[in-house]
Design a protein around this ligand. Structure first.
Ligand code: SAM
Length: 256
């Protein structure tokens, strides 16, 4: 018999809900935005809350949660910088997790997905699209304030270096989380995926206190979810800081 539970409540309030369906657990996020669906996901009312299915085969973050990722997740009220937002599939769920009082600054450099992300942001009020190249993070310092977390899914060979530079500029404080969806094929194909994971972890370890990485198969082949909390060593010794601690110039401003 199929059974469905009400949203689970834990001591830390969360907008992520795990629903038991027979022997499976489904993930749902409480929607901040409005219909229609963003990418074909299901919507339904769960315990009086309007929720969206969070599918591990469509989102690497959902796949990591399905694989019991033990690290931090975006929490209610936080500001997150999201690198490689594409048209907003996962970014919209991160926006759901931080809720209406949080913000997701969603960086995407390709015009076509950005156009869809921009449209989505019109009905997802806490999702703020930024058209920019994440390789030059100083370019969006007037749009993005210091944030409480960094999510990266940019599938580039130099993704770890891009993450390091963005984290140093925008995270600002030891202990804040960095989450990376690592596509090993973007780094190379001349070694097994686990060897590229080891290289990525080695590059991150001096500046991030790493959680156990999780492999995202079978949902995403040869992808890993990597991350942890930034160490003090990420930040240069001198106190000078290139990002203002005041709010961004105009919340929701778009880079042109
Ligand atoms: N995170 C998305 C999701 O789960 O819905 C999928 C992201 S897709 C794998 C990678 C995205 O990163 C592409 O849309 C690509 O254009 C973008 N990207 C790649 N290099 C980038 C860069 N240097 N700056 C910003 N975006 C970049």
């Amino acid at each position: 018999m199929r059974e469905e539970s009400r949203p689970r409540r834990s001591s830390v309030p969360s907008r992520l809900h795990r629903l038991r369906r027979g022997d499976r657990t489904e993930l749902w996020t409480e929607a901040v935005g409005s219909l229609p669906p963003v990418y074909g996901e299901r919507w339904k009312e769960v315990g009086g809350l309007l929720c969206r299915s969070f599918d591990p085969s469509r989102s690497k973050l959902a796949a990591a949660i399905a694989h019991d990722w033990s690290g931090d997740l975006p929490r209610i009220g936080e500001r997150w910088l999201y690198l490689g937002a594409a048209s907003g599939t996962t970014a919209s769920h991160v926006a759901d997790l931080v809720g209406p009082s949080g913000r997701v600054y969603a960086v995407e450099k390709s015009l076509r997905p950005f156009a869809r992300l921009y449209q989505l942001s019109e009905r997802w009020p806490n999702l703020l699209p930024v058209l920019a190249d994440a390789r030059t993070p100083e370019d969006y310092a007037d749009l993005v304030p210091p944030v409480e977390g960094l999510y990266a899914d940019i599938a580039q060979p130099d993704q770890i270096e891009i993450v390091r530079r963005n984290a140093a500029l925008y995270l600002r404080a030891e202990g804040r989380p960095v989450l990376i969806a690592l596509k090993t094929a973007s780094i190379g194909r001349n070694r097994p995926p686990a060897a590229f994971l080891a290289l990525a972890e080695k590059a991150l370890d001096p500046v991030v206190e790493l959680e156990s990485s999780v492999r995202l198969d079978p949902f995403h082949r040869a992808h890993y979810f990597v991350g942890g909390r930034v160490r003090r060593t990420l930040f240069p010794a001198e106190a000078g800081s290139p990002v203002s601690s005041t709010p961004a110039r105009r919340p929701g401003a778009r880079r042109r």
